[in-house]
Design a protein around this ligand. Structure first.
Ligand code: NAD
Ligand code: IPM
Ligand code: MN
Length: 359
């Protein structure tokens, strides 16, 4: 068997964390005996510089032809002033849309070894954090039409449209329920149904879908309260399902309570076709090119790829085990550094994980 993986390193620390993830993937392929063929394509600012646009057609074609896609990160100050229609971030949104990746799984887990890095009180950290955020990824304010800018009453106004159809809500709700069924059987749907029409429809549809999942306990929470509860008592959550923008914000919040945004992987999945795997963090321009980035979020995204798209749970578990070993041996990148630990750079962290992959 030969797996065809499309690599999209992107910008900033994207290529740095990608190199480490590929190193770990290659080592895993060797140990578990599967063939690997990788194709590297342009996206984001790197694509703008080379081709004038953030998502070249041959990138989309290569992703569609792949078994799975691995992405680093896009964006950076160099491209902040360009025409908004071709910003690097549009490349990422474009590939999500082109592949129909409506479900974004963002697991926030506090590793035992990183309890010190948790920003919460020790008694809260002691209860553990293991939340799966299921974020809708191809709808809401990110894609709603109409969007744009116009002049009203002599001044500029700009607008986006948070819009969801019943079928979009239903399919992401089902992903949430299915995920909860495989975990703690509790699903919390996060919305703003006390204010937004779109959230009222969201809640109605989620309640309707719940009838098919009597074994899963459904609760609802307003997003402002959810933001507060995530830091007050994160152990109360099992699976959270929410719309695109709320999920973007809550997952950054969840990441930092588990230690660092450099630790959180994600999987973006559609109804069929290749999935896309990426760390939830961005291109981190402040540390790019300095060998300071934490590659573990991208390495853990490779594990998610092996589990969700390639049906290789043992290989996935071996990567997760290797990450835990490295942390147990007190190796840390700067973002999760603690007194008495050994600080390593991005490349060394990749080496340490790769060395520990075993069957
Ligand atoms: P960011 O996630 O890039 O960085 C936020 C902070 O976290 C920075 O201090 C950074 O140094 C730190 N950080 C992020 N990843 C890290 C890692 N792996 N190891 C150690 N520290 C890490 O968010 P930002 O600064 O708001 O955005 C920078 C650029 O990235 C922007 O252009 C933004 O649009 C883009 N972005 C892209 C993605 C993506 O490609 N998926 C996600 C978020 C932001
Ligand atoms: C993420 C990022 C993206 C998003 C941006 C860069 C388009 O923040 O993957 O979380 O908002 O989805
Ligand atoms: Mn984000």
């Amino acid at each position: 068997m030969k797996l065809n993986i499309c690599l999209l390193p992107g910008d900033g620390i994207g290529p740095e964390v990608m190199d480490q993830a590929v190193k770990v993937l290659e080592k895993t392929a060797g140990i578990f005996g599967f063939g690997l063929q990788t194709t590297t394509k342009l996206i984001g600012g790197a694509a703008i510089d080379a081709t004038g646009g953030p998502l070249p057609e041959d990138t989309v074609a290569a992703c569609k032809a792949a078994d799975a896609v691995l992405l680093g990160a896009v964006g950076g100050p160099k491209w902040d002033e360009i025409d908004k229609a071709i910003r690097p971030e549009r490349g990422l949104l474009g590939i999500r849309k082109a592949l129909g990746l409506f479900a974004n799984l963002r697991p926030a887990t506090l590793f035992e070894e990183l309890k010190h890095a948790c920003l919460l009180r020790a008694d809260i950290a002691a209860k553990g954090i293991d939340v799966l955020i299921v974020r809708e990824l191809t709808g809401g304010a990110y894609f709603g039409e109409p969007r744009g800018e116009e002049v009203r009453g002599g001044e500029r106004v700009a607008f986006n449209n948070m819009i969801y159809s019943e079928h979009e809500i239903e399919r992401i709700a089902r992903v949430g329920f299915e995920a909860a069924r495989k975990r703690g059987k509790r699903l919390c749907s996060v919305d703003k149904a006390n204010v937004l029409d779109v959230s009222q429809l969201w809640r109605e549809v989620v309640i309707r879908v719940a009838k098919d999942y009597p074994d899963v306990e459904l609760s609802h929470m307003y997003v402002d309260n959810a933001a507060m509860q995530l830091v007050r008592a994160p152990a109360q959550f099992d699976v959270i399902v929410t719309e695109n923008l709320f999920g973007d914000i809550l997952s950054d919040e969840a990441s930092v309570i588990t230690g660092s945004i450099g630790m959180l992987p994600s999987a973006s999945l559609g109804a069929s076709g290749p999935g896309l795997y990426e760390p939830i963090h961005g291109s981190a321009p402040d540390i790019a090119g300095k060998d300071l980035a934490n590659p573990l979020a991208t390495i853990l995204s490779v594990a998610m790829m092996l589990r969700h798209s390639l049906d290789m749970p043992e290989a996935a578990a071996s990567i997760e085990g290797a990450v835990k070993s490295v942390l147990k041996e007190d190796f840390r990148t700067g973002d999760i550094m603690q007194e008495g630990a050994t600080q390593v750079g991005c490349v060394k962290m990749g080496d340490l994980v790769a060395e520990r992959i075993a069957k």
